[in-house]
Design a protein around this ligand. Sequence first.
Ligand code: ADP
Length: 574
Amino acid sequence: MNIKTKLRLSIGLLFVMILLLTLISSKYIYSLRDDTTNILADNYQSLEYSRNMLTALDQMQADPNARLAFQTNLKKQKANVTEIGEAEATQRVEDHFLELLSDRNQTNALPLIRKDISEIMGVNMRAIQAKSDKAVLTVKSAIAWILIAGTICFIVSLTLFINLPGSIANPIKALAESFREIAGKNYAQRVHLDRKDEFGQLAGSFNTMAEKLEEYDNSNLSRILIEKKRIEALINNMHEPVIGLDENKIVLFANEEALKITGLSMSDMIGRSALELSLQNDLIRALIQQPQTASTSGSQPALKIYANNKESYFEKEIVDITITRTGERQKAFIGQVIVLKNVTMFKELDFAKTNFIATVSHELKTPISSIKMSLQLLDNHHTGEVNEQQRQLIESIREDSDRLLKITGELLNMSQVETGNIQLTIQQSKPEQILQYALDAVKTTVDQKDIKLMILVPEYLPDVKADLEKTAWVLINFLTNAIRYSQPESKVLVEIREEKNAIRFSVKDEGKGIDSRYRDKIFDRYFQVPGSAKTGTGLGLAISKEFIEAQGGSIGVDSEVGMGSTFHFELAKA
Ligand code: ADP
């Protein structure tokens, strides 16, 4: 039975019971009222008429109006005959009264009239008694019936009072609880209501919904799990070692290659803090270390790791993972992925190239030097006179061999730098001495281009901690560049000044300057500003940087296009 019918039936039953109770009560009240009214109308009046007739009879001798009063009351009595035997008694009163009227001496008639009136009174008094008894009986049965109806009403109300609120509220409570569980993603929740009413249907619909949600959730979960497996397989099959960290540097995943190079097992790594692991594992420490600066491209040295049964080189890349969470705008950092690129092959090729360059430049140095020597001999008048044309040819050969010597020198220096074989002899050196060394070297070039070389050196300068030869080489490189990239007859200023803890060497020219896009790149190997004369090798500044940084100093350039450039380096005071 559904709730609607149940409610209708219960309230209807209550309604019927109340109606029944009202009807029963009314019926009995009406019948009691009828009884009372009847007693009054039927019997009380008759008694009144009889009493009046008796009074009139007594006064008849003295009062002539008494006869009329008797007749009036008799007439009323005749009209009010209600009881059995009353009509006969009234008739007898009339008969005897007529006899009394016809014969005044008929003294017998008087007692007979009195007797008849008494009979009328008696009949009515008995009737009153009987009606009173009946009323008492009516009251008794009224009480009984009202009690029965009232009790049924009470039982029905009590049953409804006890059962109805529970039968409506309990399933609502159970459903509300289940909805809360579903909201908390407990899709296994079901409602068990063994009823066929609306609540039963609601519970059925709820269970279907929960089942579908569970199915959907499971299918989503399994899809996510499949995706996770796929990504794991993908990462595992990568030849590059990959390690994933969360925002607290807890290791989330590591592929086979990463395990191989770190020498750790899966259980050693997963779920452990990378910081904690780095205390025991040097490689992990090197991996999680953030790059210091990202200023110069490719400046991160490759990591040398023993892998694949040989010394291998890896380039580390740390990728920050950020996501925009649902409903949020700001990106949130959720972790990092460390990828190691195996660059061993490139390194090997690089070594081979460096060795080749070193060998070739070394081998070229001797023949070039002997060419230079021969040129010097040719210049000497003991070897014979040369004409003007021959002299010019000799000069051009000298320039070319000087350039060749410079190039081979730079290549040799570079191969030393690349193999990490820079031999430094750092000692307490005089800045003026370094300057003089450089000025001597560029003297001819300065003269050739008619450059106005200005020197700004304070009277007193403290010594520097430097490798004299290498530092002079850098200064020479600065000066040759300044001369090379300046117009003839322009000014070049060489300045040495004392700073807080260092001595700063700078060369300022009035050349075309360097575009800001290339300012960082000019210190990279083989880089030449696009559009500039390709006379050099693009190695000079790279070697200078290596030389200065190897001595613990710093190097840099300030430049504006069209305003010239100032190349400078600083070395620590001795
Ligand atoms: P290079 O042998 O080509 O001079 P460097 O490493 O010495 O190699 O210089 C790299 C590049 O920087 C040069 O090719 C040139 O374009 C630019 N450069 C160096 N010095 C100057 C300067 N004083 N003025 C303008 N450009 C310069």
